[in-house]
Design a binder for this molecule. Structure first.
Ligand SMILES: CCCCCCCC(=O)SCCNC(=O)CCNC(=O)[C@H](O)C(C)(C)COP(=O)(O)OP(=O)(O)OC[C@H]1O[C@@H](n2cnc3c(N)ncnc32)[C@H](O)[C@@H]1OP(=O)(O)O
Length: 162
């Protein structure tokens, strides 16, 4: 579920991560994260918290794309295996590991600079399915309205060009 105001995937969010995700063969979701100067922690290297954010996005997108149900991150674990330099691209492949009631288990590997590059970061997450009232009762009403309008436009586009 793409939301244009999202820090992870929003196209117009200044300073956002601008991650793009797509479903690929084998029921995986692939995402790319281009690491820029703005993502630094240590000199010349990506900040671990931002890498975790990139995986939250990639995993959330996996839940959205494969299950098409609203869910939020309950738990997120990351293993940082190699430094991720500024100027590199993380190729993230995420998969659905299981569903138990409202609990959705997903995991992902992030490889450096190529689909078959060395694994730099791995993550696992538990998402929990929620009703839309989660967003209306905890978030701003106008933000939810904007999201709904965008979704309606998206659906109209799908009708025209499926
Ligand atoms: C394209 C979209 C990309 C989106 C990417 C970004 C996604 C995000 O970052 S979402 C924002 C960050 N996350 C949040 O704000 C969530 C905040 N937390 C909450 O709202 C609640 O704690 C919530 C909804 C996760 C769970 O609360 P609630 O609805 O009361 O359910 P609850 O009964 O506590 O939990 C449901 C089940 O999940 C389990 N669970 C919940 N949290 C955890 C956790 N942290 N660790 C392990 N298990 C957990 C519970 O044990 C329970 O299991 P069972 O059914 O076996 O008893």
């Amino acid at each position: 579920m793409h939301y244009n105001e999202c820090f992870g995937c929003g196209d117009d969010v200044e300073g956002g991560l601008h991650i793009q995700s797509a479903v690929a063969e084998g029921m995986v979701v692939v995402s790319q994260f281009e690491v820029t100067d703005a993502h630094q922690g240590a000199p010349g290297l990506a900040h671990g918290g931002l890498l975790a954010c990139a995986f939250d996005e990639a995993l959330g997108s996996t839940v959205g794309n494969l299950l098409r149900r609203p869910a939020v991150t309950g738990r997120l674990e990351t293993d940082f295996r190699r430094p991720v330099p500024v100027g590199s691209t993380l190729h993230i492949v995420a998969r659905l590991d299981g569903v138990a009631g409202r609990k959705i288990y997903v995991s992902a590997d992030g490889r450096l600079d190529a689909e078959d590059g060395p694994i730099a970061v791995q993550a696992r997450a538990l998402f929990v399915t929620v009703g839309f009232e989660h967003f209306t009762s905890h978030g701003h009403t106008d933000a939810m309205q904007k999201f709904r309008q965008a979704r309606t436009r998206e659906r109209e586009d799908w009708d025209i060009n499926p």
